[in-house]
Each structure stands twice: as C-alpha cells, then as structure tokens.
Design a protein around this ligand. Structure first.
Ligand code: CIR
Length: 255
C-alpha cells in the first residue's frame, strides 16, 4: 500500500519538454487541468499528496518519477540520463529528506545514469530498464543499494521505447500489462500477462494505487481488460503530457 505521493505542477516551459511524439505542442492550461484531475484521482486512492510548485527552469520537471526511486526501506536520488534533466534532482533532495532519514538516502553517481521511469517495482524485486537514459553502471549501482537493504534487482534490455514503464506496468496480484518488445522476453513469463491491444500502446503505462488502477483516457481495450480482472478503474486524461512523451506514472512518485 502507498501512503504518500509526490507530484510537481507542470511549468509553462513544459511545452518545450523533450519529445519524440509528433503530436504538436501541449496546451499549457489544459495540462494544468489534467494535472489537477490526476491529483484528484490519486487522492481518491487514499494517499497524501505533496504537490511541489512548478519550476520554470526545467521543462520536464513535472515528470517527477524520473528523479528518484522510493522503496519501503530507502530512497535513491537518480542521475537522469537526459542532460537537460540532470539538475532536476537538486530540488527533489530536500523533499525526499522529509520522508526518509539521511542515512537511508542513496545516490546514483556518474558515470552511472538512471531515470525512475525505467524502474518497475514488483514487491521487493526491481526490474531496471537498460535504456538510452539508464545505463549498465546506473543499474549496477541501484542493484547494489537494493541488495544492501535485502531487496533485489535485474536489468532488462529495451530498444524501442523511452522507459521500461512506457511499455510495462505491474498492477499487483501477479498481473502485468505488457506490450511491444517485452512480449517475447522470457523474464516476464511467470507473470499473468495482459497484452496491450495493438494501437493502444500508450495505455500500457497505468498505475496501481492501493487497489485501484488509474488508466489514461482513450484506451478502451486496456480499460476493459483491467476492469475484467476486477479492479476499480479511474480514467485520467493525459493527452497534453503525451505530447512530450509523458505518461501517468512519470507524473508521480508513489511510496
Ligand atoms: C523526457 O523525455 O524525459 C520527458 N519529456 C518525458 C519523461 C517521461 N517519464 C517517464 O516516462 N517516467
């Protein structure tokens, strides 16, 4: 169960966020409204939401998931692989210090890089996407921290998408939303796989929050499959964040 969630308001500069989407520029006012709905959905799931103010210096800073990895025992401040995002970590450190004692905060250090979107938590085991943003050294550092606290991790290669959780979401009870290049990876064979329907790939990025699954709007096949498993579902529109390669999970840290 999660008690806390950290989010960060999108800044006006979000329209200049890193993007490969070709969907046009985000509408800032609509992004703010969508963000407020996202926060409301999280609150319905029974978590306390800490909402950080917008930071105009960093266009992608609302994607707060990428700057930390928060576990039941310890926190990790990451070293984002995207050069324009590296200094986003400076603002998150004092926030994380409110929730974790100083001796339970670890750091990914250069030449290691790691972004939280590449980390999928399954109980005490963590899958780490080896992406263009998270390198082997970053993954190795995270695994050594996990082992220090009695947990474990393993790296998963990925080639076609931004982050591991762009194409995978663990929604507890052994249920894994899975798409694209991960379908044939035997690493995920022991899960109950819910295959994302063709054309709904963006919908693979959902979040489980205390029994409820939050699903992006516009992916009826994904929504139906999750409802079919008996989960209550909340639908949130993230169209403006999608325009800068952002999904539901990247907008929050859940712990
Ligand atoms: C980026 O490219 O870093 C942002 N425009 C999107 C980050 C999405 N984060 C995530 O999937 N965890």
């Amino acid at each position: 169960m999660f008690k806390n969630v950290i989010v960060k308001k999108p800044c006006r500069a979000v329209i200049n966020g890193i993007s490969t989407a070709n969907l046009g520029l985000p509408d800032y006012e609509l992004a703010l409204k969508q963000h407020a709905c996202y926060v409301e959905a999280l609150k319905k799931c029974g978590v306390a939401v800490t909402e950080l103010p917008a930071d105009e210096a960093f266009p992608d800073s609302c994607f707060v998931e990428d700057v930390a990895v928060l576990t039941r025992e310890f926190a990790v401040i990451t070293n984002p692989g995207a050069p324009t995002r590296k200094k986003e970590v400076e603002a998150i450190i004092p926030v994380i210090e409110k929730f974790y004692p100083a001796d339970r905060i670890e750091y990914i250090k250069a030449p290691g890089t790691l972004e939280g979107g590449d980390i999928m938590m399954v109980g005490d085991h963590f899958y780490i996407g080896a992406s263009a943003r998270t390198n082997e050294e970053g993954g190795r550092q995270l695994i050594s921290y996990l082992e220090k606290y009695g947990m474990s991790g393993e790296m998963v290669p990925l080639k076609e998408i931004l982050h591991l959780k762009t194409g995978l979401s663990y929604i507890e009870n052994n249920n894994l939303l899975i798409s694209g290049e991960f379908l044939t990876n035997p690493v995920f064979d022991s899960f109950h796989k819910i295959v994302i329907p063709a054309g709904e790939e963006y919908g693979a990025n959902c979040i489980w929050v205390n029994g409820t699954v939050i699903v992006p709007a516009g992916f009826p096949g994904v929504q139906k499959a999750i409802e079919g498993l008996g989960y209550p579902v909340l639908v949130v529109d993230t169209s403006e964040f999608r325009k800068v390669d952002g999904g539901l999970s990247c907008l929050s840290l859940r712990f």
